[in-house]
Structure formats: C-alpha cells, structure tokens
Design a protein. Structure first.
Lengths: 180, 271
C-alpha cells in the first residue's frame, strides 16, 4: 500500500523547528501557574525564543526550504543584506509538506505572540510585555528575512531565465548569420 | 554577453540544460569569490539581530575559538578555515547551505569569542575600529546583558524581579538610545554593529558584578567597580570616537560613560 501523500522528508528538523517555538510559548503561558518569579520566566522564555531564532535561521531554513539570509559589513563599512538559495532543481525537489510546515508555524507563532502581547497590554503588565516584545521581534525578524530571501530567489530565477533565453536567441541568430 | 555584472546565485552543476553549462562555466571563472551578484548596498533595515556570516572579509587575526558557550550559538569564527578555502564562487553557497549543523554552531560560538577578544582586550586591531567589529553578532551582548541582570538580581535581597527587569531594560534601551545618539550626531556607524559593541563592552562590568556578588565589602566593591568601569570605557572609546566628527567626540562618548557609571552604581548599591 503506498501512502497517497508524501511524508515529511526531514522529520527531525521539522520537530526541532516546532519544538523551541512551542516550548517558548508553552512555558510563557504555563509558567504563571508554577513560578512566581518573573526572572525565571523571562530568562527561560527569551532563551528558548533565541534558540528558536537560531535554529530557524541556520538549520531549518536551510534544510526545509533551502534559503538563508544574513547581514554583512562590506569593506566600505556599509551594511549589506545577503541572501542565498539553492538552485531551481533542488528547490523544486523540496518536500511540499516540509515547506508548508515551515512557513505556517512561523506565521502562527508570530500571531500567537502578538495575541499574548495584546493580553499583557490589556492587563498593564509592562514586564511581561517586554518578554513578549522580545520574542515577537525575533519571530518577525525571521519572517522578514526569509520572505525577502524567497523573493530574491524568485527574482534571481527570473533574471537567469530571461538571460538564458536572450543568450540562446543571440547565439541562434549569430549562427544563422554565419551560415548565410 | 558578459557574465561579469550578474553572477547566478545558485549552483547549476546539476542543471540538465547542456547549452547553458558552457556559459555557466564561463560565468564561474569570471565570478568574484563571494557568492552574490553585485547589489547596491541597501539602506540599513532594522530587525535582524543575528548574523551568520560565513564570509569573513575583514582582517581579523586568526583567534582561537574561546569559550564554549554550548546552548548559545553565534556568528562565525575568525579562523574561517572552511570559508577561506573556497576558491570558486559556486562552491560557497552549497557549502553553507548544506553544511552540517555542528559546523554552524562551532562557527557561531567562535565568533563570540573572537569579537570579545577584539573589543575588550588590547590587540593591534583596535587601531582600525571600523574593521575590527566587522562580524558583529548580538548573541554575545545578549548573553552578557542577561548575565548582568541575573547577577544583580541574585545579589539583591528584595525585589529581585524588578531589579532584573530594570537592569535588562536599562541596558537594552540604553544601547539603542546611545546608537541613535551617535547616528543623530552625524556619525557613521552601523546600528547593529554599535549595539553589538556596547554589549560586548559590558563584559568587564559583568566580571565586576560577579566579584561584588561574592564579596560584600563596600570599599572593595567601589574599587572593583571603578576598575571595571574604566576598562569598559576604554574598550568602547576607540569605536565610538572613530565613528563621529572629532569635534563631537565628547558628545558621543559622554552618554556611554554615563550609562556605564549608572550600571556601576547599580552594582555598588545592590545589597
């Protein structure tokens, strides 16, 4: 019996991708039941969120969707954003389920933090708002980075395709002329 | 048709379009060592706190990757062995995209160590501040700020949570405001680079806070804080002063000094 739907190609990576996000959210929400100390809540939540940021940026981004972004300072002292993506062949071969999971958990986590932020705003808890703010900004940073990277990859592909067509056309024309 | 202005981003060795392969190979040789097509330097966009740059362009001395901060991964090592060996431009994206996770961790952890050494300890690269903190990262500063907050909170006998929150918010907001100060004075500094610098310069104060936590003598505390304060300010001085117009150096440096003094007071005053 063949499974009609393809399975996750990288189950371990998917797990880690979701693990830290979920842990940060769960810890933040449940900690109020167990811990009285704000310090522990802050440190653990922000640490988990930071780990999640690193995992998404460096590991699951690469493996699940084949994208990567970073920032560099060039010799002129200016900051340059750099994007990297796999070639079209590998991108097309990427597991659909993997990339679906990647993007959707990214968006959902950001939405969840936003809602939690609204709650803490309503309750006038400035310190919890700080935690939520930090976690939300880490999530949003990843979303923006990867979205830009995807757009950049598409643009590169289009440029490449049009260049290819143009050069093939040119070489065809040249060979036609040399035959004449 | 020249390939000099656009270098295709991705490796095409597996491409099955044969006619293109020759052109691609021509493009490979003419391509620059780094991966990407020439892009105009984009304006600084906020929001990306952490970099993971595999391409160490600056002339960092090959520093031994220092402390092994295991769960806190950070940007690249000064000893860019794997990156330095990439001659062809197209080997690079594949390598960083498909490198094993452990390599990334090692690279990132090494970067904290090298940045720390560059900023806080005397070394020849301080002569050229612009180049020294080329590979900024925010993991080191994050770790130092949290550590300072935890130390202060631990030393406090009452209101531990408030102490931590205040320390963290003060340092984070302070770093942002100081950076804005430099930018508004017409200085040339990159936002995240400056945040990274101010964070790393907290390391001496971290050390001072730990010592003060262990020994509760007021005189000792004052001496330790003065020494570490001077060390922090000395560490931050060349980077901040190089960024602004010489006539406005004091305007840029004074608030930095003030922030470190206030942290010093926090350390002394906690009992």
């Amino acid at each position: 019996m063949q499974a009609p739907v393809e399975n996750y190609a990288n189950p371990k990576t998917c797990l880690f991708h979701v693990l830290f996000k979920g842990a940060a959210l769960a810890f933040y929400i449940l900690s109020a039941l167990f811990f009285n100390s704000f310090v522990i809540i802050f440190v653990v939540t922000v640490l988990l969120a930071a780990l999640d940021f690193w995992v998404v940026k460096n590991v699951s981004g690469r493996i699940l969707v084949g994208l990567r972004w970073w920032n560099e300072i060039n010799d002129l002292g200016e900051s340059v954003w750099k994007f990297e993506s796999l070639d079209q062949e590998s991108l097309a071969r990427m597991n659909k389920k993997d990339s679906w999971l990647f993007w959707w958990t990214l968006y959902l986590a950001a939405a969840a933090w936003f809602i939690l932020g609204v709650f803490s705003l309503i309750r006038f808890q400035a310190d919890y708002l700080l935690v939520v703010g930090v976690c939300l900004s880490l999530n949003v940073a990843n979303i923006i980075g990867f979205t830009k990277c995807k757009k950049d990859a598409k643009k590169q592909l289009q440029q490449f395709a049009s260049q290819t067509i143009a050069s093939r056309f040119q070489s065809t024309v040249q060979s036609a002329f040399t035959l004449v | 048709m020249s390939h000099n202005d656009t270098v295709p981003l991705y490796q095409s060795s597996q491409s099955d379009i044969d006619e293109i392969e020759n052109m691609m190979n021509g493009g490979f040789q003419s391509g620059p060592g780094s991966v990407l097509p020439a892009r105009p330097p984009s304006p600084i966009r906020p929001s990306i706190p952490v970099t993971s740059s595999p391409f160490v362009q600056s002339n960092l001395p090959p520093l031994a990757p220092a402390q092994k901060v295991t769960p806190v991964p950070v940007p690249p090592a000064g000893s860019g062995g794997s990156e330095g060996g990439k001659a062809s431009g197209f080997g690079s994206p594949a390598n960083t995209l498909t490198e094993p996770v452990w390599e990334t961790v090692k690279r990132d952890v090494g970067r904290i160590g090298s940045n720390l050494k560059l900023v806080v300890f005397p070394n020849p690269n301080r002569e050229d501040p612009g180049k020294a903190l080329r590979d900024w990262d925010l993991w080191g500063p994050f770790f130092f700020i949290v550590f300072l907050g935890l130390t202060l909170s631990w030393s406090a006998s009452v209101k531990k949570s408030e102490v931590f929150a205040v320390a963290f918010a003060l340092l984070a907001a302070g770093a942002v405001i100081l950076t804005l100060n430099v930018l508004l004075l017409g200085g040339h500094i990159i936002f995240f680079q400056s945040l990274s610098l101010l964070g790393y310069c907290l390391f001496p104060l971290d050390v001072g806070a730990v010592i003060c936590m262990l020994k509760d003598n007021v005189i000792l505390k004052m001496i330790v804080v003065c020494v570490t304060l001077a060390w922090s300010s000395w560490a931050a001085y060349p980077f901040m002063s190089a960024a602004v117009n010489p006539r406005r150096k004091a305007l840029a440096l004074y608030p930095v000094f003030l922030m470190y003094v206030s942290v010093g007071f926090l350390i002394i005053a906690i009992d």
